[in-house]
Design a protein around this ligand. Structure first.
Ligand code: ATP
Ligand code: MG
Length: 400
């Protein structure tokens, strides 16, 4: 039952209330609950101050104490409990000069971005909905709390959040909200790339990305984001939700532009993208079963299956992937299972053994020979067996 996550968090609200404070569920969890969507983190808002919250619970983490947020750990789960707060003047279109704590729920929900995100819900599941968020959820409309221009001027991230919610929920952006977005687009330049990428990651993977993506082009979003401003994003076809790594791999392959530095991605993410780029390159060259085998071996089963999942998007973007008759999930799994070796570690020889067998010092030749041996083993020209491999090398490889 969907309610259960709120039920689990209820004791936190009850304890706050027993001590005379107000406490509500708020934000995305309430929105998703009303929409009957899966709920992730349950956020709680209260008029207790951070110090007061800390004094009421045994296990707390001051994750954002100066902004009023304390994590309460309850039965092994983490809950963000945030003091009702309002925001003072904004600077740089991205952060308030200061936040101050208030004792009134209205002021807290008033600073929230969209009406659908500004609904509070008490422990009886009664909603306190100052901005008609429920009406907007029912009509599937994204509308800012208050004047859209002002709200986007304060914090340009809200523009991107609005588009991200459209992509996730399939809602329509209300006219004035949309106009203000279009008008304020250039303010995205004030945002840190990390915050932008967080939202873009969710947006590109949204269930309604196909209808949202063209809107991004018409708003000229890409002009204001590092990396994306240097490539032709609008030329890319996106008909289905993608992981950001797959998206960037296809985009960068198409544009032949792999300078991801401005995106400040983790090294692991960059490596994943680079692997996808080279898999996209290689998959197009597969014409025979042997080549398919080599591909599955080189990239491993996970990447091979992921590339297969991307088929539709790859084809839409003029990238040739072998026909589903030969390249499909079960053929990939079968080939993987039948490979004589699945990685170089499985090979019956290694550099040391080669050096002994040929009485030679280490050098670049080792890598070269191993690569050829690997190939021969995969193609079953030789058994994966030490003696056999050494013999095969003697008669087939010129060691230089
Ligand atoms: P998700 O389901 O993806 O977590 P969410 O709406 O809960 O979506 P969060 O980033 O978790 O988004 O933020 C929690 C709540 O805080 C939002 O629902 C909204 O009320 C408020 N909020 C978050 N970011 C902003 C912002 N930039 N400006 C105003 N309010 C915001
Ligand atoms: Mg949330």
């Amino acid at each position: 039952m969907k309610q259960s996550q709120f039920e689990l968090a209820k004791p936190i609200l009850e304890r706050l209330m027993q001590h005379g404070y107000e406490a509500y569920f708020v934000g995305g969890s309430v929105r998703d609950f009303i929409m009957n969507r899966p709920i992730h983190d349950v956020d709680i808002t209260t008029n207790a101050t951070p110090d007061e919250i800390e004094s009421l619970f045994e296990h707390t983490i001051p994750v954002g104490k100066e902004h009023g947020t304390i994590n309460v750990v309850w039965n092994g789960e983490n809950y963000e409990v945030t003091t009702f707060r309002a925001e003072a003047e904004y600077v740089d279109h991205r952060r308030p000069t200061e936040v101050y704590f208030v004792r009134d729920l209205y002021q807290d929900v008033e600073r929230r971005d969209f009406t659908m995100n500004a609904i509070a819900m008490d422990i009886q599941y009664e909603r306190i909905d100052h901005f008609e968020g429920e009406r907007d959820i029912e009509a599937r409309i994204i509308r800012t709390v208050g004047d859209a221009n002002t709200r986007f001027d304060e914090d340009a991230l809200r523009i991107l959040r609005g588009l991200r919610f459209k992509s996730q929920l399939g809602f329509t952006i209300e006219d004035a909200t949309f106009e203000a977005m279009a008008h304020r687009m250039a303010d995205l330049e004030y945002l840190s790339i990390e915050r932008i990428m967080n939202e873009l990651t969710l947006l590109i993977n949204g269930a309604y990305v196909a209808e949202t993506f063209p809107i991004l082009h018409s708003l000229q979003l890409w002009r204001y984001i590092p990396y994306f401003k240097d490539v032709d994003v609008a030329a890319m076809k996106l008909n289905t939700p993608l992981e950001i790594e797959s998206f960037l791999a296809i985009l960068s392959y198409r544009s032949n532009h792999q300078a991801f530095k401005p995106l400040k991605l983790s090294n692991a993410r960059v490596r994943t993208i680079q692997t996808f780029v080279s898999a996209i390159q290689s998959v197009q060259e597969i014409n025979t079963k042997v080549q398919l085998q080599q591909f599955v071996y080189d990239f491993g089963i996970d990447v091979a299956l992921q590339i297969n999942e991307l088929r539709e998007t790859l084809v839409n973007n003029s990238i040739d992937i072998p026909t589903p008759v030969i390249f499909n999930a079960s053929s990939i799994q079968e080939i993987w299972a039948q490979l004589p070796i699945q990685s170089r570690q499985d090979l019956a020889v290694d550099g040391k053994l080669l050096m002994q067998a040929f009485q030679l010092k280490g050098g670049p030749w080792i890598k070269d020979v191993l690569r050829q041996v690997e190939r021969a083993v995969i193609e079953r020209q030789v058994n994966n067996q030490t003696e056999a491999i050494i013999e095969w090398v003697k008669s087939n490889v010129k060691i230089s």
